[in-house]
Design a protein around this ligand. Structure first.
Ligand code: ZN
Ligand code: ZN
Length: 252
């Protein structure tokens, strides 16, 4: 299984770096985890849209799904007889996207034909080609779901956005690679009190306890010093620590 970073910024893109988006591939199966602002462009460097099996959205903050709007317009006007792309949303996600559509356009239905919208349930696995994605609810300002993606016995755990909590420990247990948000890393401002995110040290503590081989930090504030974030994590985790960046690939 291969993890390709499409974008690794929180809230807004940075220079040359989109918001949250990750491509997980195994053989001919390609699944996009999150579809934040600016991720559609980098995605197409790695896979044709026709070959995308599905998009799975971790939670309904715009930095994790807003390029679904761009994708809808591209599929509607740009591709003759386009196959709708399957999109798996958190519970309540279809109504959320329908409210967004009503603000954007008088066209109804808005998404149909371009995207096939589904909702997943916590703990119920999604069979996506050769990959299985299992949503684990974590804790954030809104409902948020980490994903445990399995390819045979290889496991990628993705935290989504979350505070430190027992749930991410269960999500990461025995995973080979932990892809963790690290919004409060590398000199980033603290936006909320109490915080709704992880620091690099928080992510490293999860990685160490879960016994993962590799920790990939992501979801950085756009001004964050990523090398500093890696060094912060390395104080609490002795395994491989890497900073996500658009175009980087990791074998899980
Ligand atoms: Zn986010
Ligand atoms: Zn969020």
């Amino acid at each position: 299984m291969r993890l390709t970073i499409l974008g690794s910024c929180a809230s807004q893109p940075g220079p040359g770096e989109a918001c949250s988006g990750y491509l997980v591939s195994s053989g001919d199966t390609h699944v996009m985890l999150d579809c934040g602002s600016g991720t559609l462009g980098p995605l197409q460097r790695h896979v044709a849209l026709e070959d995308l099996r599905a998009i799975v959205v971790s939670h309904l903050h715009p930095d994790h799904y807003l390029d679904l709007v761009a994708l809808r317009y591209g599929r509607t006007y740009g591709v003759a007889d386009a196959r709708p792309i399957d999109v798996y949303l958190p519970p309540g996600g279809i109504a959320h996207l329908d409210r967004l559509a009503s603000a954007l356009s008088s066209t109804t239905p808005f998404w149909e034909g371009a995207l096939a919208l589904h909702e997943y349930e916590p703990g119920v696995p999604l069979a996506l080609g050769t990959l299985t994605a299992r949503p684990h609810e974590v804790r954030h300002g809104i409902r948020s779901f980490g994903m445990r993606v399995e390819d045979g016995d290889r496991v990628l755990a993705y935290t989504s956005d979350t505070v430190p909590c027992e749930e991410i420990g269960a999500l990461a247990e025995g995973a080979h690679t932990l892809l963790a948000e690290a919004t409060l890393a590398g000199g980033a401002p603290r936006h909320h009190d109490p915080a709704t995110h992880l620091s690099a040290v928080d992510a490293a503590a999860v990685a160490a306890k879960a016994g993962v081989e590799r920790l990939v930090l992501s979801h950085f504030w756009y001004t964050a010093d990523r090398a500093l974030a890696v060094s912060e994590a390395a104080t609490s985790f002795g395994g491989d620590v890497q900073a996500a960046a658009s175009g980087r690939c990791f074998e899980v």
